[in-house]
Unconditional design. Sequence first.
Lengths: 101, 464
Amino acid sequence: MDLLTEIAILVLAAFVGFEVISKVPNTLHTPLMSGTNAIHGIVVLGGILLIGPAQGFLNDFLLVIAIAFGTINVVGGFLVTDRMLEMFKGKKPDPKGEDES
Amino acid sequence: MSRNDWIQLLYIVAFSMFIIGLRMLRGPRTAVRGNQIAAVGMAVAVFATLLNEAIGDWILIVVGVAIGTAVGVPAARSVKMTAMPQMVALFNGVGGGAAALIALAELHRILPEPGRPKIDIALAIALSALIGAISFAGSMVAFAKLQELIRGRPITYPGQQFGNLALLAVCVALSITLVSGVQDEWLLWVVIGGATLFGVLFVLPIGGADMPVVISLLNAFTGLAVAIGGFELENNVLIVAGMLVGASGTLLTVLMGRAMNRSIANVLFGAFGQVSAGAAAAAEIDGGTVRSATAEDVAVMLAYAHKVVFVPGYGLAVAQAQHDVRQLADLLEKKGVEVSYAIHPVAGRMPGHMNVLLAEANVPYPQLKEMDEANPEFGRTDVVLVVGANDVVNPDARNNQGSPIYGMPILNVDDAQSVVVLKRSMNPGFAGIENPLFYNPKTVMLFGDAKESMVKLIEDVKGL
């Protein structure tokens, strides 16, 4: 792909990132940090793509670790975020939902 | 359409889902769904990648994913809500580590090819390895500090900042050498080793109270490393997803710094929480005595108040006292007391940390007041109950220019009629700063574990 096209994509993504986040209430900062954290686990794709062409034991080994790391990042990140957010569910301003505990 | 076109199309679907998911994370009602949409987007991206013709070594892929799942799922399921910040740091760190390892493997793959690697690819490899390794090591130190495996207090020594800067300069210089022609793999290993050391040394001097800001910054770093990794692999979805995180993480870091009224540079290089001799001495000259109270006394104060405000802090998280706080609040409400919670933006170890805990205990949303909303209320509050918070109610932030937290907006709890501080002992807080609030004549201390104190208070209020 053209380098300039890639840079254009990068810059646009940066603006989208700023825009999408700028109006988040304080309350949701922790889940948000955790959610974005899960998204950069996309790096696991790099490991998956490279492990086929990779040569030699050392590189296979490094890439297996990279895939494991990336998977931890993705799976752990989304699960933890989900657990945090589940707790906000009871917080809707209808009093009925609050008697559960 | 070729197979590659389909893959690219699925990538577009995936990053659209990331953006939609992030947008939905903005509101408490849509957030759960937003997170799920982002997770599905991730599954789409992985599926699309597996369609690639160049994919090989399926067994190794399965092994890697299996190890990652076996580690990540139980960790995420079993972690206590109080330990969430260090878990996020850990997940963030491994992401950065993955980016660095991938850069190593990619360099190894392209080196034997005839001709020099393109300069932009070489640059991407060097940067992604450098930033990823810093993020990995920094996150691990942040994790160790929050988990209290190493001291939370800043670790400083003479020439520290100069040393760190020099180390970073060496890493950057080596990266430039690598990009400009000396295409040797060992050079990248040295860059990664140096960057790892830098990551450790860079986070060590930062006090525990500032860890939220640091984790947020490292989150942005990992995002950036991943985006640059997208250049090295010429992969769109890595560029978009990585940069989304890089941008949002940077913004979040700035917002958090602003909440503490400190620049990011000050957080990173100020060795915050290092008790400067002058400031500590000043607090002691103020002297005054600390008055301690029994649970019975406090129960009476609470039960006959008109308005009570709870100020939760990290101590609440440590003691897991959120359910007991809710129970006490319910009891007081039944007695006709007006109850609310004042949440400082950086109370706890991450922004929103307290909100998550109180939400877990099903505290009604309208009772949670953010700082700007809470501060004018303290004037007509009878009793403020400070549960394990310290620096966020420290009046030195307003009055004592020598204090490391001078200028940070705080909750003005000393405007209230009386203040009750639940605290384990007189040790200074996580940041290691003296708090004159404890010597204020309005203040009484209720020593003990926050949860035990809460249980006693509940019993005593019931008995009244």
